[in-house]
Design a protein around this ligand. Sequence first.
Ligand code: HEC
Ligand code: HEC
Length: 500
Amino acid sequence: VKARAALFVCVLCSACSEPPAPRVCPPVELVAPDPLSIDAAREAHRWAALRRELRFEEARAPGAVMRLTSARTEDPDACLSELYVAGRILFEHEASFADGLGNQLAPVGPRSPFRRVHEGRFGGPETNGCRSCHWRGGIAGGGGLVDDALLFGDGDAVSSADARNPPALSGVGVIERLAAEMSAELAVLRDDAIGQARGSGANVPRELEARGVRFGALVAHPDGSLDTSGVEGVDADLVVRPFGWKGTVATVREASQNALQIHMGLQTEELVDERAGDTELLGTGSASDPDRDGHARELTSRQLDALVLFLAAQAVPILRPHERVDGLERAADGLLAPLGHVYVDEWIAGRALFDDLGCASCHRPQLLLLDATFVSGGVTLDLATEAEHPRIRYDGASGGYPVFLFSDLRRHDLGDENASTHVDGGVPPRQWLTRPLWGLASSAPWLHDGSAPSLDLAIARHGGEAAESRAAFEALDFDQKGALRIFLMSLRRQWRPAVP
Ligand code: HEC
Ligand code: HEC
């Protein structure tokens, strides 16, 4: 009777009343602001419990996580924090055949879907989840040497491939925005030169610079064409691509779709649409299921929105001198007693050496971000108020958000000792993007192939344009080298409690 009455009221209402009010989302607080609080510990515990719950549901009904996150993200009223949760679940999910893991190479059956070495741009797949590679230093962190992806190979021989170490994903939303602002600056310079050349009927040379970083020069011709042979450190289209060790990818969205395809054989509906016909990347199957594993639309655009949101909202690493935690001597049972250091003097000396040695000419300690709004697909995130803690902060004096990135987001020639086997996205073997050093201490081993277990070795592989800087480091005495290492080892992620 009650139900009938309710139905009756509803019918009445729908005839005469306005549409339901839009849902009001709670204020966004993605992680507990104080990492040492009991709330933060409880949060970590809840995440572990949630993962376990979802594993049971997967065990009962394979494909459950994909179905749940798909339904949640399709809800047009889903709040930002709900999308973030869905994104994190997707990032931590270990995909199975029910989700479309793998491809035609090993359809469901007794064969493993994995192969260690990638074949061209099509990829492996070599694993079943983002976290299997991006874990070191915490969730969405870097990877060890054995987590290297073996890219652009022949699908078999390790020697045919290029080893690439999983970089940490801290602050990728901020990095994407910074690069986009730099690209816009370069585009203004180019368009202005073209305008002047058209107006004057003469060639117009133009130096290229964005956020104080130089990108060579171009010449605009009166017919509107360009001579870009003098452009340096960026592609001829002047789009700053801050992702991938070679700087070949512009957005977190593109990097994520690519990762899903090459490491797991999961094809997003967007990738399948946008790259239709690119059989080298997608496979040779039908338009809806190019990788021929019997699964179409393996990830919806909304699920991808959620995954990208989770990554864009990652905290930024911290820049702070060493500070000893209270009670540490007691906890270490006297072990630390012989050490007199507090490392602050060394830190200050090391920071100065970083400039003196020329490291800062490529690893720019600070770049200024002007607009903190991150937009991708259907999600918008204010990186200064809605991302995880710690976040970027507005600085009135500089009129923007200082980002302590330690990169110039351009490519440099690091010489033969550090060269790759393959040309990647048109980028020659000796060229690499200046790796941001923020978070460095949380992402060893270092360099593009993870081959450097020590900072000294990472620096020793700096040839080419960085050869002078390397020589200056090698000429330092014992204490000075120690000071520089102390400064570098202070660049880390904020600690957060975690339950594995
Ligand atoms: C097999 C290891 C591996 C797995 C699994 C993996 N990645 Fe990565 N990831 C890498 C490597 C290696 C790079 C650098 C690629 C390059 O240099 O072109 C990278 C780069 C990225 C980047 C760009 C970051 C930067 O600074 O260059 C993003 C974003 C990313 N991965 C997201 C993901 C997501 C999302 C997943 C899960 C769908 C994932 N990755 C799974 C190895 C992995
Ligand atoms: C000419 C530009 C340039 C200069 C100068 C330079 N670097 Fe680098 N640095 C790079 C590039 C490019 C990479 C990425 C190398 C790669 O991908 O293998 C890098 C990588 C690194 C890494 C590894 C980061 C990681 O996450 O794997 C460290 C550490 C580093 N540099 C420290 C230094 C120090 C210290 C100095 C000064 C002594 C210095 N660099 C000078 C361009 C430079």
